[in-house]
Design a binder for this molecule. Structure first.
Ligand SMILES: [Fe+2]
Length: 200
């Protein structure tokens, strides 16, 4: 179970309405390498992780990604607040508006709705952890690109915080991978018949 803390992991107070920027920020809310997908990926994968440390890592990071999903939703919401008809038309969010108004909907910057096909849960601890490390690198790069296109300091601050967290997550998944590898080397844990290409 989860206990909800009624505050953001990092404060967000955007003063300038900017629907064009909101459209870009949607990438890290409901895009392929975004926070929603990250949370669902890790919290799904934890069920078949084979070490206690790996399970805890997936649980911790998956939980934090939900907090990051909340942060990205807040950024999109605050950037959309008070948007005028002219701003919406100029931002390219007119097609979004006719379906969602100024609501926050999980989609990417191009407007494609979120899909679980963005993520994987393969039932194999090494495969999942390699995916997770790649996912963190991809999220980091997306934050770099978003930071490149942002000048608003109120948006840059939380983006930089989120970017830093991706670095920490990558390192933690790397540690989990080492521990799982060691565990597999020490214990014959596969239920399947021995595979000569595998250690056990
Ligand atoms: Fe992350």
């Amino acid at each position: 179970m989860w206990i909800y803390e009624k505050k953001l992991e990092f404060p967000i107070n955007i003063k300038k309405t900017d629907p064009k920027l909101a459209k870009l920020m949607m990438e890290q809310y409901g895009g392929s390498d975004g926070e929603l997908g990250a949370g669902l990926r890790y919290l799904s994968q934890r069920n078949t992780m084979i070490t206690a440390q790996g399970k805890a890592t997936l649980n911790d990071i998956g939980t934090e990604e939900l907090a990051h999903t909340e942060m990205m939703a807040t950024i999109v919401h605050q950037l959309l607040q008070g948007a005028t008809k002219e701003q919406i038309m100029a931002s390219g969010l007119d097609t979004y508006y006719v379906n969602h108004g100024l609501g926050v909907f999980p989609c990417n910057a191009a407007g494609d709705p979120f899909t679980a096909a963005y993520i994987q849960s393969k039932g194999d601890p090494l495969t999942d952890l390699y995916e997770d490390m790649a996912a963190e690198k991809k999220a980091l790069k997306t934050y770099d690109y978003l930071i490149d296109l942002t000048t608003d300091p109120d948006v840059l601050k939380p983006l930089r915080f989120l970017r830093e967290r991706e670095i920490v997550h990558f390192q933690r998944f790397g540690e989990a991978l080492d521990i799982v590898r060691q565990h597999l080397n020490e214990n014959c844990v596969f239920d399947m018949p021995c595979n000569p290409l595998r250690k056990c």
